[in-house]
Design a protein around this ligand. Sequence first.
Ligand SMILES: NC(=O)c1ccc[n+]([C@@H]2O[C@H](COP(=O)([O-])OP(=O)(O)OC[C@H]3O[C@@H](n4cnc5c(N)ncnc54)[C@H](O)[C@@H]3O)[C@@H](O)[C@H]2O)c1
Length: 275
Amino acid sequence: MKVGVVGLGAMGSGIAQLCVEAGLETVGREVTDELGEKARDRIGHFLTRKVEKGQIESFDLGLLSLTTDLADLAGCDVVVEAIVEELEPKQELFAELDRVCRPDAVLATNTSALSVTEIASATSSPERVVGMHFFNPAPLMPLVEIVRAELSSDTAFEQAYALGETLGKHPIRCHDTPGFVVNRVLIPLLNDCVRVLDEARVSVDDLDAGMKHGTGWPMGPCELLDLVGIDVHVHASEALYDKLREPRMAPPPRLVAMANARLLGRKSGRGFYTY
Ligand SMILES: NC(=O)c1ccc[n+]([C@@H]2O[C@H](COP(=O)([O-])OP(=O)(O)OC[C@H]3O[C@@H](n4cnc5c(N)ncnc54)[C@H](O)[C@@H]3O)[C@@H](O)[C@H]2O)c1
């Protein structure tokens, strides 16, 4: 099987790493050679560390070829898209992929918050478009949501599911609804946690301890928000609110203020905690 990955940023490079690890011929497409090479270096680095730790025996980075030309994806069986989270660029890309890829190739998007059906509508063959929603960091998080859009065919859907398994993930099947499964549950839940900080006048440490020791969460909600990135959460939360109009989906003002102040969590050195 030959897999194409379009966009080798945080998610795409992780997905390409999984493909190489699974021994699949992989074509990575970035906008510049330099960005592609940076991603390949990162992938090589992570896979070398896995060998050093004894987690894998060896890997063949030669399975990954890089390109800036979409036409080089023509021979792929599945293409996974992981570019910016905006509808227009994704639609343009899928229209182009639809033209260059084999008619039986599956086209998958890793979008978190956009409608897979709307992305598929830019193609002349929406039946081959599905969602493959990996979690960050893709090489470590076991879940992938396989998302059936309105017009996805059974064949495309099951091929994406099978690829998820080949990549060593735990795939789950769902339909194309806002937030799919995990974010639909997790985003309002984390928003509730932040609202409770003010309502119950509980400290950040105590809220995290409460959820860890009272419910068995592996980390507290504030630790999790700092890890995800406050800006990323606010963006996802606004996207869900736009679609569902349920008050719990809207980001609490405290989180919006934190995002505006660049208190973004681990990546900026300060969020609920200081790093
Ligand atoms: N970061 C997360 O936590 C996360 C989790 C799940 C899903 N996602 C989704 O994955 C997608 C990518 O997110 P990310 O965090 O990896 O973003 P990112 O900004 O790290 O990476 C995007 C990459 O795509 C490249 N790119 C842009 N347009 C391109 C094009 N036309 N062709 C090829 N490459 C192109 C950019 O140069 C960049 O390297 C988004 O849809 C996002 O919603 C992100």
